[in-house]
Design a protein around this ligand. Structure first.
Ligand SMILES: [Zn+2]
Length: 114
């Protein structure tokens, strides 16, 4: 699995699989997963740009694309999306995202109690 350490360019994110790092060619099909943000979270500063998404479970940051407010994707209810090379990678990413989501919803804080 390739780690992207430096902030990539939007074009790079659009042509790289968020899950496995595979370079998606112009002729290959591009899959994507659209996500809804949590209400109250403001991601407007990322509009038309890329947004880092810290995946604690994976121990890495993946990059999401945030369409502009007037784009079709946003009108369809997707606040940001991930580019993927295959349905298989999409399934794996979805699974990881759902795990992160569950933990995020379950835990508000964690502290030592003794
Ligand atoms: Zn992939």
């Amino acid at each position: 699995m390739k780690l992207i350490r430096k902030k990539p360019k939007i074009k790079q994110v659009l042509t790289t699989c968020s899950w496995c790092g595979f370079k998606i060619g112009n002729d290959g099909p591009i899959y994507s997963i659209g996500c809804k943000k949590r209400p109250g979270v403001n991601i407007s500063k990322y509009e038309g740009r890329i947004m880092p998404v810290k995946m604690a479970i994976l121990g890495k940051t993946i990059w999401a694309i945030v369409p502009t407010a007037e784009s079709d994707a946003r009108r369809a209810g997707n606040d940001f999306f991930f580019t993927l090379c295959s349905e298989d990678c999409g399934d794996k990413l979805k699974e990881a995202l759902n795990l992160e989501k569950e933990i995020g919803e379950l835990i508000f804080s964690a502290e030592h109690i003794c």
